[in-house]
Design a protein around this ligand. Structure first.
Ligand SMILES: Cc1ncc(COP(=O)(O)O)c(C=O)c1O
Length: 392
């Protein structure tokens, strides 16, 4: 059927160019070729058994099977507040300063829809998590990327470039630390400079800290704890990465009552609420002993080391991630220049799937030689991937 009235493209032009993600293509390729899929970032082992059991109990006891309260169940909001205090020394009021969302993805979308108007500029670190560009576009904003550049074995933020990116039209900075896909964890000095800039230019900041517990070198510092930032920062996190239940889609926002109210206004018309029984389970998860959180980082550190060493041995230039469960490599030493072509050929050549970092860039040329690998997989799976890559 042809829709004759469609003088314009069917898809809202704000979403022009946001076709199927590379992850769908690469995961299909992995399945078709029997390759080890290090493309998409999900663990191949579920999180703690007691947390899974907590979800089962909630389901059986009839907790959360009907619409939970809009801001999230009180047990979870209290657990989020207790977590922010215990790990970050941040005081948040569970009743007015916490909002539970359908994963960090909804939190990001709702924050952008709430805070950004057409014509506003949003400064975001590039490469960026793919939902940022779509979220900014849906809000009618204009994204202004600031590119992280390779320096030694890490990608770094050029603070002068960040300052230069801020104009009179800048509404907010969309930050991500620990950073996907580079693995960079912003330092105290970098965060302090960002905070100073935000205060000086009176900007809001939306900070995506979903990898807050996946830090191997240095420490994660929440931006909201820096001077002048509490009143202008929307902090976002999620249970997906911290507890290895990415399918549950339980995320949250913390911030002042004014900021949380604004985000909730948009969020209530996206999903209203979600994941009722899982909210109770995540409330229990957040109260796991500190050893759980250090154990998670220790486990992933060993996996990082195994995969990074294997990739270096296979000839890649490896950017050693200080956090997240991704490692970015440069294919140039292997004679490659185009990460897309490299990733499309890799399953046939080595039986492994990775993703080209260019999909995370506006400036595709800047991202062209980089390829990202996920190491949230079993050690034997990573060892097999490393052994296959030796054949490159
Ligand atoms: C930086 C970043 N933010 C947000 C998300 C999405 O989190 P969630 O699954 O809780 O929506 C991801 C998932 O990969 C991510 O890497």
């Amino acid at each position: 059927m042809t829709i004759k009235r469609a003088q314009r493209p069917l898809l809202n032009r704000r979403l022009d160019g946001f076709g199927t993600t590379i992850f769908a293509e690469m995961s299909a390729l992995a399945a078709a070729t029997g390759s080890i899929n290090l493309g998409q970032g999900f663990p191949d082992t579920d999180g703690p058994e007691e947390v899974r059991e907590a979800a089962v109990r909630a389901l059986r006891d009839g907790r959360g099977n009907q619409y939970p309260p809009g801001p999230g169940v009180p047990e979870l909001r209290q657990a989020i507040a207790a977590h922010q205090a215990a790990f970050h020394g941040l005081t948040v009021d569970p009743d007015r300063e916490v909002l539970v969302t359908a994963g960090a993805t909804e939190a990001i979308a709702a924050a952008l829809l709430a805070l950004v108007e057409p014509g506003d500029e949003v400064v975001a670190l590039e490469p960026y998590y793919d939902s940022y560009a779509a979220g900014i576009a849906m809000a009618g904003g204009t994204r202004v990327p600031v590119t992280l550049r390779p320096d030694g074995d890490r990608f770094v933020l050029d603070l002068d470039e960040l300052r230069a990116a801020v104009t009179g039209r800048t509404r907010l900075i969309l930050l991500n630390t620990p950073h996907n896909p580079t693995g960079t964890v912003l330092s105290r000095a970098e965060l302090a400079a960002i905070a100073e800039l935000a205060v000086e230019r009176d900007l809001l900041v939306v900070t995506d800290e979903v990898y807050e517990h996946l830090v191997f070198d240095g420490e994660h510092l929440p931006l909201a704890a820096f001077p002048g930032m509490r009143e202008r920062t929307v902090t976002i996190s999620s249970a997906g990465k911290t507890f290895s239940f990415t399918g549950w889609k339980v995320g949250w926002v913390t911030g002042t009552p004014e900021l949380v109210d604004a985000v909730r206004t948009a969020k209530q018309f996206l999903t209203y609420v979600s994941a009722g029984p899982f909210q109770y389970a995540v409330a229990e998860a957040l109260r796991l002993p500190a050893a759980y959180f250090t154990g998670l980082a220790d486990d992933l550190r060993a996996k990082r080391d195994l995969l990074s060493a294997g990739l270096a041995e296979a000839g890649f230039r490896v950017f050693r991630p200080a956090g997240t469960y991704f490692v970015t490599t440069d294919i140039t030493p292997l004679g490659g220049t185009d990460g897309f072509a490299f990733c499309r050929e890799l399953p046939g050549r080595a039986g492994v799937v990775a993703v080209p970092n260019a999909v995370f860039y506006d400036d595709r040329a800047a991202g062209a030689p980089y390829v990202r690998w996920a190491f949230c997989k079993k050690l034997d799976v990573l060892a097999e991937a490393v052994s296959r890559l030796k054949n490159l």
